[in-house]
Design a protein around this ligand. Structure first.
Ligand code: C2O
Ligand code: CU
Length: 515
């Protein structure tokens, strides 16, 4: 563990990431260039500048702001050093092959992207494209932006080191807007604020602390027995440690993203004012939901409206009330209602946000049972696996394009819920149902021990990441398409993802290949 440093809270103002401007724009497409670099940045008034890796040399990266159906091309350029500044573990994926440390590949999380541009973990490349991974490398990625208006984010997805690259700073927002959103009269402009929440630990010299060993210890045994997610001790929002924001007494829209490696956030305002949730991972809910608390696992988003109109002169703290949080990490940021109202607040919280066409069980051509289990690998180390398989095992999910499938995520790992993310699709949560874990482990038989509960009201929209609690079957349903090709699904606790809790799947046209 690092030498503890005490940082005073609420000293720095919340930064708003800059919106990136395209290099070229035509009637048919928009073209951006983004360079990944090493740089230093002040993350807290009393902390020396911190060495980071980031898109365009900023942390978080710049925000993309695009329209639905706008064709966007991005040239992702790697100008990172050859050596990582965070501790690399070469035992990952059971292989002793050492891959270049400065490798990277970018994934647009939550987007419907063709496979060549989805950031397949093995499509990595190093500085100036000198070395490349074994699959799907290309220098310019294309995004059709066919999703509904929503809050997406882009981040690193490199095989074996995603946890280190994101921890180093490689993450940013990507917003898709559409005409319908425009008609909703939501708070906008300076009143629409993205909040990227992450935890980090620091050494006294300002450098990032990340444990040297996968079991979160600093002295490594060759094959440690457990790979827990790393929970750091400091909370940052938009790259500042425990910041504050001065607001007007009116409504604000916050697009909240939990971009922590593994920490589960339970967000709540200490004034008791509700968070009016209007959207989740895949865009707007059908109607706003008043939430006293919002739980966000790694990668999940919540689009919320907060009304500060009754709080002139007061200070409200955004809290993280997750039970396992330390007293330090229960604070997230502060809102100070100290700015006089510039003009009357004419924005609204619409009573109805739009229709979501729900997929139903009878539309599914296939149901897959996908257990989340913990095994001991050949080195005696405990690993969490998806359907009992390692990353390099043969592909087992081959899906017909445009078919609907139900995935039953059967979690027998007695631990925190795993946030499971599926690329390419937006899915819907059908329900969660408790089952007899011991019986399942002994015989592989599913026996339910209680009724199925429907998703929470704020989970009724489109999702790309879902909480799968221990002892429950979490059922999700999705239509796989419109693209064919190779994608991944994985636990979004990045330490799990890097240590085998990720699997490929393939969408195919040819019926004979369905698996
Ligand atoms: Cu946010 Cu596969 O990733
Ligand atoms: Cu996990």
């Amino acid at each position: 563990m690092p030498e503890k440093i005490k940082l005073q809270k609420f000293l720095d103002e919340l930064p708003i990431p800059k919106t990136i401007s395209p290099v070229k724009r035509s009637n048919d497409w928009t073209y951006y260039e983004v360079t990944m670099k090493e740089f230093t940045q002040k993350l807290h008034r009393d902390l020396p500048p911190t060495r980071l890796w980031g898109y365009e040399g900023t942390y978080p990266g710049p925000t993309f702001d695009v329209m639905q159906n706008e064709t966007v091309f991005v040239k992702w350029m790697n100008n990172l050093p050859k050596k990582h500044f965070l501790p690399i573990d070469t035992t990952i994926h059971g292989s002793e092959i050492t891959l270049p440390e400065g490798r990277t590949v970018v994934h647009l999380h939550g987007a419907t992207t063709p496979p060549h541009s989805d950031g397949y973990p093995e499509a990595w490349f190093t500085r100036n494209f000198e070395q490349t991974g074994p699959l799907f490398q290309r220098e310019i990625y294309g995004y059709p932006n066919i999703d509904r208006a929503t809050t997406l984010w882009y981040h690193d997805h490199t095989i074996g080191i995603t946890r280190l690259n994101i921890y180093a700073g490689l993450a940013g927002f990507y917003l898709i807007r559409d005409k319908h959103e425009e008609s909703l009269n939501l708070p906008k402009g300076r009143y629409e604020v993205p909040l990227l929440i992450q935890d980090r630990s620091f050494n006294p010299d300002g450098s990032l602390y990340y444990p040297s060993c996968p079991d979160n210890k600093d002295v490594c045994t060759p094959y440690p027995s457990l790979v827990p997610p790393f929970d750091a001790d400091t909370i940052l929002v938009n790259g500042k440690v425990w910041p504050y924001m001065e607001v007007e007494p009116r409504k604000y829209r916050f697009r909240i993203l939990n971009a922590s490696n593994g920490r589960i956030l339970t967000l709540k305002l200490d004034s008791g004012e509700p968070l009016n949730q209007i959207g989740s991972d895949g865009g707007f809910l059908e109607q706003p939901v008043k939430m006293n608390e919002i739980v966000l696992g790694s990668a999940e988003r919540a689009d919320v409206i907060v009304d500060f109109s009754r709080y002139t002169g007061q200070t409200i703290t955004l809290k993280n009330v997750t039970k396992s949080a330390s007293p330090e990490t229960t604070d997230v940021m502060q809102f100070r209602v100290t700015v006089p109202l510039r003009s009357e607040d004419t924005s609204s919280i619409p009573a109805y946000l739009g229709k979501i066409n729900r997929l139903t069980r009878n539309m599914a051509q296939r149901t897959r049972d996908l257990p989340l289990i913990r095994i001991k690998d050949e080195y005696g180390r405990s690993l969490n696996l998806l359907s009992g398989k390692m990353w390099n095992d043969r592909i087992s999910e081959v899906i017909g394009v445009d078919t609907v499938e139900i995935w039953r995520l059967i979690n027998v790992i007695d631990d925190d819920p795993h946030p499971i993310h599926v690329h390419l699709v937006d899915f819907q949560i059908l329900d969660r149902q408790p089952f007899d874990v011991a019986l399942f482990q002994r015989t592989g038989k599913l026996m339910f021990t209680g009724p199925a509960s429907p998703p929470e009201p704020n989970e009724m929209g489109l999702k790309d990441t879902v909480q799968t609690p221990f002892g429950y079957v979490t059922s999700i349903i999705a239509r796989f398409g419109p693209f064919t090709g190779r994608y991944v699904w994985h636990c979004h606790m990045l330490e799990h993802e890097d240590y085998e809790m990720m699997r490929p799947f393939e969408v195919v046209r040819d019926k004979n290949r369905w698996l």
